[in-house]
Design a protein around this ligand. Sequence first.
Ligand SMILES: NC(=O)c1ccc[n+]([C@@H]2O[C@H](COP(=O)([O-])OP(=O)(O)OC[C@H]3O[C@@H](n4cnc5c(N)ncnc54)[C@H](O)[C@@H]3O)[C@@H](O)[C@H]2O)c1
Length: 371
Amino acid sequence: MKLNIAVLPGDGIGPEITQQSVKVLNAVADRFEHEFYFEEAVVGAAAIDLLGNPLPDATLELCKKSDAVLFGAIGDPKYDNDPEAKVRPEQGLLKLRKELGLFANIRPVKAYDKLVDRSPLKAEIIKGADMVIFRELTGGIYFGEKSTSEDGRSASDLCTYSVEEIERIAHLAFKAAQLRSKKVTLVDKANVLETSRLWRKTVKEVAKEYKDVELDFLFVDNAAMQMILNPKQFDVILTENMFGDIISDEASVIGGSIGLLESASVGSKVALFEPIHGSYPQAAGKGIANPVASILSAAMLLEHFGLTTEALAVRKAVEMSIALNVCTPDINKDNHYSTAKVGDFLESVISDPEDHDINNDNLKLGQMTII
Ligand SMILES: NC(=O)c1ccc[n+]([C@@H]2O[C@H](COP(=O)([O-])OP(=O)(O)OC[C@H]3O[C@@H](n4cnc5c(N)ncnc54)[C@H](O)[C@@H]3O)[C@@H](O)[C@H]2O)c1
């Protein structure tokens, strides 16, 4: 397959983690005989510094004409610490999401066996948890009309959804469930909110087209509790913008490190793949940032184009790196590998999987001797 991929490294650790993803995608292209072409462009604070605009026209044009966007992270303390700044790095990402019509944010969350003890939740609760959250990204209360009264003593945010907005993400969630454990949980607040009642009605209709998928419902307050009590019950969670924002951050605790959590944002045009973490500016250039979230986002990119065997090769390599402790210090404090070394390891496992049998002695030692 031939793919043109726009690479937007962004700020902080963005460039170093994205570089590892490109390495991994090149290894995939070589092994599976694909042609991946990468073109870089600036975004965020780096783009403000260079051109005074967090999403320069040339960057947007590149994204629009590409098959997919590989995004690093944006954000810089000089803007975070200046609430008066009129031009801000985040505006670049928000505008890009809007311009590309990215209406669904997809976040897989999984507890890796080797890391279950790292979570603040009990190992027996999270072991085996494996879910995907489909969060609506361009509607609801975040985008509704906002107002503050003249005397500043009252304010309102309007929450609206249309049937079309609900249907398009619901289809994505059901299709994903068909390839997983065939269960969709709609998270809403249908006992109180009119928009949630529309979600229930619409999703029930959509469900009729996916008879092999079980559909159940949870009120968001209960869902927040169930996420901690019994996360294994979830397969695909489908929800609106604000509930998804909250639930997905809560769920990320199950993964063990934010440096492992991937995401995809899809719409009608070009899709965007990015780690869920930010630019972690304290770590920039130190080689301590975990590149796995970005690399797994690249695996989602492959899945998006139907390259499931290729994506599986990436996921298996990541699992091997975790099993062998070839990890950055957020996961492995004692025996850590740099950002680039983890990328090198994954690249070499993907290029030559037969050369990398897991050696149980190394596993027990929590060390590896392959590279
Ligand atoms: N999508 C995005 O680009 C995005 C998302 C969130 C925050 N931000 C921006 O990033 C900047 C920093 O924000 P923040 O500190 O709140 O969030 P952050 O995600 O950058 O970092 C929070 C903490 O998470 C850990 N962490 C994050 N990424 C990691 C990685 N790859 N490997 C290991 N540990 C990692 C670190 O302990 C870090 O201190 C801000 O400017 C913020 O606006 C951008």
